[in-house]
Ligand binder design. Structure first.
Ligand code: GDP
Ligand code: GDP
Length: 435
């Protein structure tokens, strides 16, 4: 289930970035490296009291003589439109400005929770100044100091309480029948060939543009009927046939991509073979690996790559996508269709292992043999193990003591080999009798 999105808005210098850092505890770069029009957009993962959410830094609103800078504002508006909640940051040391009022006017009357955070309330003396922002018409201001962490926890309590319950979209509808159909996210940097691939798959198979309500409110997923059953292609911005959308949606597609990765049963990571594996490709792969979604890597534009490029990109896959050690890698040309017929099988195979459940007796047999072959140091032993969950396969190992990480990796490798788990991420949990 995808995490709710919180957009942070406000004019420059009120402390949006400071608040963002306070919320996530550290600065975390995102998958999309392209700069926005005036500054980088950031989408970061956050968690408060066990509730995960995505914080979207919108780049703010910039005032001009005519009001707000149109381009920047448009981007902020888009972010607001896809958010499940909005945090508008204001500065108590300055008071209500025209820009604040312009921002507030964009937020009033929306059907999502909107919070005014009165920042830079560094001490109690400042607290009364916060009430001036009642005039924005967005409810009681929450006085905080992002810099010092003053009352930020109180505010986050209120914020997460207002987020849609887990497993529901903001509209309150359940995740519908989505689970029944294999959900696939096609992700990759701009221009790697995602739309081309989408169209090729779409043409080759019987595509029913079911126009299922997508994973986010204004997205539309496509269902492709294959010989092996329906496959749902999640809508990530800029991929559907309606063609390219303007630049302002580019940064915005980050949130889409992140959500799609979290929702997908399998991720298709498209890489431009002519360019090679970039830092950004690594980030996407890493993200998929963290979210537990198995990945199929597609080296696209293969027909155009010369021998050197082919060798280089193959090396890069081994080297730079280390955290996807067993991922299937296909060489394709989305443009000519060469190699693309293998994609659906690769997807289904990959998804199958993801849903596999292995009998306890077999798990224990493999671990017994692995330990006999190479015992853990210091008499540490796994006594019993069971697969507690699928999607991804999760094993609980009961041990007499805590297992060294290297040994755990060894056991993971053995399990993976024994059950031909391919690229599926495995989770191993260890219950130690005593630490
Ligand atoms: P942004 O442009 O809205 O992202 O604002 P920044 O986070 O960059 O903050 C602008 C300035 O306000 C920086 O100098 C911050 O150190 C300062 N600032 C942010 N939060 C606080 C706060 O709670 N108290 C005080 N006194 N200064 C703050
Ligand atoms: P997206 O931004 O990832 O959706 O990329 P597009 O599908 O729009 O493709 C970007 C450009 O790469 C277009 O000019 C495509 O025609 C081209 N392209 C896509 N796939 C291939 C391929 O397999 N081979 C070659 N030579 N060009 C491709």
């Amino acid at each position: 289930m995808s995490a709710p999105v919180v957009a942070v808005v406000g004019r420059p210098n009120v402390g949006k970035s400071t608040l963002l850092n306070r919320i996530v505890g550290r600065r975390e770069a995102i998958v999309e490296e392209r700069s926005g029009v005036t500054r980088d957009r950031k989408a970061v993962d956050a968690e408060w009291r066990g509730r995960p959410f995505i914080v979207m830094d919108t780049g703010g609103f910039i005032a001009t003589e005519e009001g707000l800078d149109a381009e920047v504002s448009r981007q902020s508006v888009r972010a607001i439109e896809d958010a499940d909640a909005v945090v508008m940051v204001v500065d108590v040391t300055v008071g209500v400005t025209n820009e604040d009022e312009a921002v507030a006017s964009l937020l009033r009357g929306r059907d999502i929770p909107v919070f005014v955070v009165a920042n830079k309330v560094d001490d109690t003396n400042r607290e009364n100044d916060a009430w001036a922002f009642l005039s924005l018409g967005l409810g009681d201001p929450h006085p905080i100091s992002a810099l010092h962490g003053r009352r930020t926890g109180d505010f986050l309590d209120v914020l997460v309480d207002a987020l849609p319950p887990e497993g529901e979209d903001a509209d309150g509808d359940e995740g519908e029948v989505r689970e029944e159909i294999l959900a696939v996210a096609i992700v990759g940097r701009p221009n790697v060939g995602k739309s081309t691939l989408f169209n090729t798959l779409d043409r080759a198979e019987r595509s029913v543009v079911h126009d299922l309500a997508g994973t986010t409110r204004d997205t539309i997923d496509t269902v492709i009927e294959t010989e092996s059953g329906p496959v749902r292609i999640l809508d990530t911005a800029g991929m559907r046939r309606r063609g390219k959308i303007d630049v302002s949606t580019e940064y915005y597609s980050v949130v889409r991509a992140l959500r799609a990765i979290d929702t997908a049963d399998v991720v298709l990571l498209v890489i431009d073979a002519l360019i090679g594996v970039t830092h950004q490709d690594q980030r996407l792969a890493e993200r998929a690996s963290i979210s537990g979604s198995p990945v199929v890597v597609l080296l696209n534009k293969w027909e155009m790559a010369d021998a050197d490029q082919r060798e280089l990109v193959s090396e890069q896959v081994d080297d730079r996508l280390k955290f996807l050690p067993n991922a299937k890698v296909l060489k394709i040309s989305a443009l000519t269709g060469k190699g693309t017929h293998k994609i659906i099988d690769a997807l289904l195979d990959t998804a199958d292992t993801y849903h596999r459940r292995i009998p306890t007796a077999k798990v224990n047999e493999v671990l017994r043999q692995a330990q006999a072959h190479q015992p853990a140091p210091g008499g540490t032993r796994v006594l019993y193990a069971t697969q507690g969950a699928t999607d991804p396969p999760t094993f609980t190992l009961f041990a007499n003591r805590r297992l060294p990480p290297t040994y755990l990796r060894y056991l993971e490798r053995k399990l993976r080999e024994a059950f031909a788990m391919g690229d599926t991420p495995l989770k191993l949990r260890v219950r130690a009798r005593r630490d």
